[in-house]
Write a protein that binds this ligand. Structure first.
Ligand code: ADP
Ligand code: ADP
Length: 227
C-alpha cells in the first residue's frame, strides 16, 4: 500500500488556487521529484502535507491514516512527516546531537539517546556530536538536517529545494550522498526542485507541476522519451 495518498487536494490564497486538484500516491522506497517553475505551487503542496498550511478540499493520508480533510487536521508535530529545507534550518545554539534529539517524538530518555547515537553513526557524524552547526561543512550540515528529520521516525520525508543553497561544486556529491542515505531508509520521499535535470537524476518518478496542477507524472526514462 502507498505511504502517502493525496486525493484531489486544493489550497487557495484568497481567490488564487495555489494547489488546484492534486492527486498523487507515493510508495515506500520511492523518491518522487516534483518539478515546475517558481510559483507553480510546489512549496504549498509540501506545506499541506506537513500541516503548516490548512487543506481546503480533498484528503491527505499517510500510512492509511487521514492526516487532513476539510474540517479535520492533525497538528504538524503529530504528523509522521520529516522535513528538510533549503537552508537546513539547524538551531545555531544547539550541538549536532541537540539538533538531532530535538526532532524526536516523545520516548524514554535512554531510548532517545540510543536513537541519536544510531543516527549519528549512520550519517557518519559521530565525531561531530558535540560540535556546533556553523563549524561544519555544508554537506555535514545537510546530513544533520536529514538525521533530525529521521529522528521523528517519519513515514514520509519532504525535501524542499534541499540542494539549492550549496555551491555548484559541492551540490552533486552532497546530493548523491543524501539520496543514498534516503534510499537506505526506504522511506517514501517527495523532493521539490525547480531544476528538471536534478529531478530526472534523483527521482524514481517525476511529477511535473504547473499552475497548481500535476500535468504529467512518470519515470525519468518515460519522460525523456515522451517529454
Ligand atoms: P513554488 O514553491 O512552486 O514556488 P508556492 O507554493 O510558493 O510555489 O506558491 C504558489 C502560489 O501561491 C504563488 O503564486 C505564490 O505567489 C502564492 N503564494 C504562496 N504563499 C502565499 C501566501 N502566504 N499568501 C499568498 N499567496 C501565496
Ligand atoms: P516549534 O514551533 O514546535 O518549536 P519549529 O518552529 O521548529 O517547531 O517547526 C514548526 C513545525 O514544523 C513543527 O511543529 C514541526 O512539525 C515542523 N518541523 C520543523 N522541523 C521539522 C523537521 N525537521 N521534521 C519534521 N517537521 C519539522
Amino acid at each position: 500500500t502507498p505511504s502517502v495518498v493525496l486525493t484531489d487536494i486544493v489550497h487557495r490564497y484568497g481567490a488564487h488556487r495555489a494547489v488546484n486538484g492534486v492527486s498523487l500516491a507515493v510508495e515506500s522506497r520511492e523518491i518522487l521529484c516534483v518539478v515546475g517553475p517558481s510559483g507553480c505551487g510546489k512549496s504549498t503542496l509540501l506545506r499541506l502535507i506537513s500541516g503548516l498550511e490548512t487543506l481546503q478540499q480533498g484528503t491527505i493520508a499517510v500510512g492509511g491514516r487521514v492526516l487532513a480533510a476539510p474540517g479535520q487536521s492533525l497538528p504538524p508535530e503529530r504528523r509522521p512527516v520529516g522535513m528538510m529545507f533549503q537552508d537546513f534550518a539547524l538551531f545555531p545554539h544547539m550541538t549536532v546531537s541537540g539538533n538531532i534529539a530535538f526532532g524526536q517524538t516523545d520516548r524514554p530518555r535512554a531510548e532517545r539517546q540510543k536513537r541519536v547515537a544510531a543516527l549519528l553513526e549512520s550519517m557518519a557524524l559521530t565525531r561531530y556530536a558535540d560540535a556546533y552547526p556553523h563549524t561544519l561543512s555544508g554537506g555535514q550540515q545537510q546530513r544533520v538536517a536529514l538525521a533530525r528529520a529521521l529522528a521523528r521516525d517519519p513515514q514520509v520525508l519532504l525535501l524542499d529545494e534541499p540542494f539549492s543553497a550549496l555551491d555548484e561544486q559541492l551540490r552533486r556529491s552532497v546530493r548523491d550522498e543524501v539520496v543514498r542515505l534516503i534510499r537506505a531508509t526506504g522511506i517514501a520521499t517527495i523532493v521539490v526542485t525547480h531544476d528538471p535535470e536534478e529531478a530526472m537524476e534523483i527521482g524514481s518518478r517525476v511529477a511535473v507541476m504547473d499552475g497548481g496542477q500535476l500535468v504529467q507524472t512518470d519515470t525519468p526514462l518515460a519522460l525523456y522519451r515522451n517529454p
